[in-house]
Design a protein around this ligand. Sequence first.
Ligand code: HEC
Ligand code: HEC
Length: 207
Amino acid sequence: MKFTASLCLAIAVATGALAEGADLVIAPPAEGSVSKQVGLEAWARIYEVASHPRCANCHTGPSDRPMWSGPTYGKARPHGMNIRAGESRIGAESLLCSTCHTTKAEDWENANEMPHAAPRVAMGWALAPVEAHWFGRTSEEICAQLRDPDLNGGRDVLEIAEHLGHDLILHWAWAPGGGREPAPYSLQEHVDDILIWGVAGYPCPDT
Ligand code: HEC
Ligand code: HEC
């Protein structure tokens, strides 16, 4: 099991002193304490988040087109105005995402109040890497990808959890404003589920 070494290390670090993000606690359950069944239940919730429009709209895989989907968009369709992310994933080849998805700090409290305005976060807005393809994919497919270090940016479960805590786009996904539907559960619950799933040995529905 290729994750064991890094997972043990991660747990040793985390039980020694709880790693805390700004408002996030990263506390994996003790090794061996989570059954496969409980791990699969955590995975089912992780999939609800990953496949939600607030996440999947940017995780569009080989297509370099972000998606507009979810209740506020009506029928799912590629991003309007023929926006393409290009190989850069930030639109460097045509029109930068940041042209509209600005990071300006002015009126920050109300940055995302206005319906149908381009969402803004305090960091660069970009399409997710090709390997992190979630839009339209099944629970089995996303599960297999997320536990494969070749496809998940080489991250173990603790690194995925930390990445989630530091990623300001994700904080937006749970408080999107403008009438948009937030991702289900909460960032903390999602991180807890990732850790439960990892300690259970990354079970996937088909294995
Ligand atoms: C604005 C576009 C955008 C949205 C919305 C978005 N992501 Fe991402 N995501 C990215 C980018 C860009 C990366 C690559 C960042 C990096 O590797 O540092 C990424 C990488 C990831 C990764 C790293 C693992 C991998 O397979 O590469 C995870 C996990 C992830 N996102 C989870 C989420 C979740 C959960 C949501 C919704 C709550 C979400 N993302 C919403 C753009 C987005
Ligand atoms: C010309 C302006 C413009 C550019 C450039 C632009 N966007 Fe957008 N984007 C918008 C607007 C406006 C919305 C909101 C539309 C709505 O809510 O009806 C939006 C919404 C989105 C959404 C949906 C967010 C959600 O879940 O509600 C994603 C994903 C997205 N953009 C990704 C990108 C990416 C990635 C790039 C760069 C490759 C980019 N956009 C470039 C204007 C732009």
